[in-house]
Design a protein around this ligand. Structure first.
Ligand SMILES: Nc1ncnc2c1ncn2[C@@H]1O[C@H](COP(=O)(O)OP(=O)(O)O)[C@@H](O)[C@H]1O
Ligand SMILES: [Mg+2]
Length: 297
């Protein structure tokens, strides 16, 4: 049952399946070639797909229909949520097709260079200015999602893809809306134990999930790893960015500490207000750096 070509019945687009990029909790990611362009294709990790894509693995050949329906439903919702907000901090969907030739849905995105987790594991922290810009972009993307009542929830470095633009500058974009949901609907949010807010488990099963979950996830899952090169651990302490190293760190430190307060009432009232502080901070930094340059020619 190994399909070398992935043909979308709705889109009419045909891809050659290339190497496997990743197999995680929710999905399997493959390179997909269309002519000279290579994309990334995500397939829900049903047992059926697991078996179809890995005939070498000795998995049970019994396919649980409930498994398929449930993961198909979740996957369609993931694809839908990823397409609502268009923002430079969100990985755009190239196409979502509900039916490939084998009956499975698949989601196609632009191929990234890396993800933030991989990058941090290989190279450690980002240069402070890049870490700031990346954190700011993701915060803006979250504010835009919150405006549409969407909580991203699963903030962590492996859910930030890194794209190199033509000038060679790295851009970070959120991906993986598999844990996301609407704040005002009974929800099934998902978050990683190493990055989730302390109140997560009590909050997610309630009628309304809180946007402040994302603030904590942003500080712990994005700001922390980008500035310190350290990945998260399963404890819910405030995110402490070392001060006195760069002006970028000095400015982001109190913002990250507030966003990751244990008590959600001590965090920012909204992601929008957090973004304001980041934007003001960046302006102040750039001004200060310019001044330094003119004083020390
Ligand atoms: N467009 C892409 N380009 C390159 N790598 C990708 C892309 N999408 C996903 N990946 C890789 O696959 C991993 C898992 O993708 P993700 O959508 O987060 O699935 P899961 O639900 O399994 O976590 C990412 O952390 C990243 O390393
Ligand atoms: Mg993921």
């Amino acid at each position: 049952m190994l399909h070398e070509t992935i043909e979308g019945m709705e889109s009419g687009r045909k891809f050659i399946r290339g190497e496997k990029i990743h197999r995680g909790g929710q999905g399997i990611i493959f390179k997909l070639h269309e002519g000279r362009t290579t994309y990334a294709g995500k397939f829900p990790q049903t047992r059926w797909n697991f078996f179809a894509f890995s005939p070498e693995s000795n998995l049970p050949d019994v396919v649980d229909p409930f498994d398929i329906i449930n993961s198909r439903y979740r996957f369609e919702r993931e694809a839908e949520l990823q397409q609502i907000v268009h923002h430079q901090g969100i990985t755009p969907v190239v196409l979502f097709d509900r039916t490939a030739v084998n009956g499975e849905p698949f989601l196609v995105t632009r191929l990234a260079t890396s993800d933030l987790e991989m990058h941090v594991l290989l190279h450690g922290e980002l240069p402070a200015e890049s870490a700031y810009v990346l954190s700011e972009t993701i915060a803006e993307a979250l504010a835009a999602l919150h405006n549409e009542s969407i909580i991203f929830s699963d903030l962590k470095p492996s859910n930030v893809l890194l794209f190199k633009n033509r000038k060679g500058v790295m851009k970070g974009r959120l991906t993986d809306f598999g844990g996301a949901g609407y704040s005002d609907r009974p929800n099934t949010l998902v978050a990683d134990k190493n990055y989730k807010a302390p109140e997560f488990d009590e909050t997610v099963h309630s009628e309304r999930a809180e946007f402040t979950l994302d603030q904590y996830g942003w500080a712990k899952g994005i700001v922390g790893p980008s500035f310190t090169g350290q990945l998260g651990k399963p404890n819910s302490s405030r995110v402490m960015i070392p001060k006195g190293r760069t002006i970028w760190e000095d400015v982001v430190a109190p913002i990250a500490a507030r966003a990751s307060a244990k008590n959600p009432a001590q965090r920012y009232p909204s992601m929008g207000e957090l973004v304001n502080d980041l934007q003001e901070g960046r302006k102040r930094i750039i001004k200060a750096l310019k001044k330094q340059q003119t004083i020390l020619p």
